[in-house]
Design a protein around this ligand. Sequence first.
Ligand code: PRX
Length: 635
Amino acid sequence: MSNYHIKHLEEYYQIYRKSIREPENFWEEIAEEHFLWRKKWDKVLSWDFSKPEIKWFEGAELNITENCLDRHLATRANKTAILFEPNNPEEPAEHITYQQLYERVNQMANVLKDQGIQKGDRVCIYVPMIPELAIAILACARIGAIHSVVFAGFSSKAVATRINDSDCKLVITADGSYRGAKTIDLKGIVDEALENCDGVKSVLVVKRIHSEISMKAGRDFWLQPLLDNASKAGQAEIMKAEDPLFILYTSGSTGKPKGMVHTTAGYMVYTAYTFKNVFQYKEDDVYWCTADIGWITGHSYIVYGPLCNGATTVMFEGVPSYPNFGRFWDIIQKHKINQLYTAPTAIRALAKQGTELIEQYDLSSLKVLGSVGEPINEEAWHWYNDNVGKRKSPIIDSWWQTETGGIMITPLPYVTPTKPTYATLPFIGVQPCIMDENGEELKGNQVDGRLCIKFPWPSIARTIWGDHQRYKDTYFSTYKNMYFTGDGALRDEVGYYRITGRVDDVIIVSGHNLGTAPIEDAINEHPAVSESAIVGFPHDIKGNALYGYVTLKESGESRDHTNLRNEINQIITEHIGPIAKLDKIQFTESLPKTRSGKIMRRILRKIAEKDTSNLGDISTLLNPECVQDIIDEAL
Ligand code: PRX
């Protein structure tokens, strides 16, 4: 029997050692005993990080939705699979059972087939946090179409770039979405995006906010009538282990977003196994991850991981502040949530409200508290521990990435002793290491450097859609035979890992990865702007906020800077979305550059952080004189 469920620390170490000594035997046992296969694999793993090429369970055939749905019908048909909590607390929650979910996924799959979608086609899903989002994902997987979910907060330009990059044929969207007291015109955004997307043949529209929208004849269809006419039965397409399951875009430090490609079997095995252990999920637990399914956290730990385990997974449409800052506590009390998985930025925003509201709710159902997306600072950790978990529920500070598909470094609750701000120990099968800047591994404890992974794990992304060379350059070229994460990390005296933050030009704002280059490209499109540089600076709720240094074509004196600031943020909103807006914009005469013309962001970062005591040697700059001016005028 494989140890699918790890219950104490000794067992963790024992299984961990086995997973490193005999990775193939280990993962084979897990895969064999806990999943439904149409055909077993010929080879568990083949890999070569120099190409890079990674294959898990080659030769196997399966459909991930049979693992998420069909196999539960015998024992869990009437169990709630998805518990939908609407934006408006007055609107009743919806309990979708495994039987109902199975039927609704088949209906959606049949509609997609009627629209001509076939195995391997790409489908863009731009839907808010309503059940149809999860159903659309599963429907694509059921027929072997590759889903590309785009977070429903991205702008039309960002949507168009993503649709075109992966040649999506069809878009699923909604008339609009609720976000607290506001509504967002999603269909309008899609219409604008599609002006530049010739490959999209049809658009299926969920009616959610009942707004007046325009429907283009022959292209746009209301989804519900099509679903009503579709069969609730349907065969799952048989997929190969390494067939792509989905594409999910993530920001790079340069260039356009990277369409990370995740494949079927390894992703399924790893997300299911991590879900079970990282949340210590037991059969009747109610699990809630507050992320949006538009991000990897939602893919792996709202949809696939929980459903593969036959869990009850909560989907929340709204925001933590609506109708007031007690909403999270209200949901926990109402649905007796057992595991809460959220982000440090949400914890900080809630902590700012004090404890008066939270004390009015019964949170005693909670057993596990998760954190993800960015380093959790000590203050937020303690607030979470004291006020939400009442010091009874372990905090799971889980480190991972869109690229890793599943959780990589994390405590296991009730197994691993926790330590504030530490992600602690590698998950089973994960071999992290810390490298110095010269490419040498820093062995032993009490070391600080860059985080790499030495050996493949089942859910590693296999490529970047349409650009394998970029995949190689970004992740496998910095260190030989290693996957480079882009994060800094330290290992303390007992071997616990602490993630110290990005070491590249990605900035994490409210848990969202933002590349500096695309934001700068957007700003530089403003006719008055000559060039710009974006850096992060600490922010007490968002973790980091964005600071933009902007030089103008003509000296700034004659321009109205308030207007210009608004226009710059408007351009960013149009190109990327409101999440990338700048908190501070400083107009400068010039930017500090090296003699080869590269902007010295390190200096700009220090100025933004108000830490100018040690800027290092600036005498080698092309224009050292500008540094003092920038410091004098800093915001
Ligand atoms: O810098 C790390 C940070 O988030 C990055 C990955 O972002 P994304 O691909 O959007 O996925 C986020 C959700 C998995 C990482 O490179 N990060 C994520 N979790 C943590 C973290 N930093 C510190 N501690 C964490 N627990």
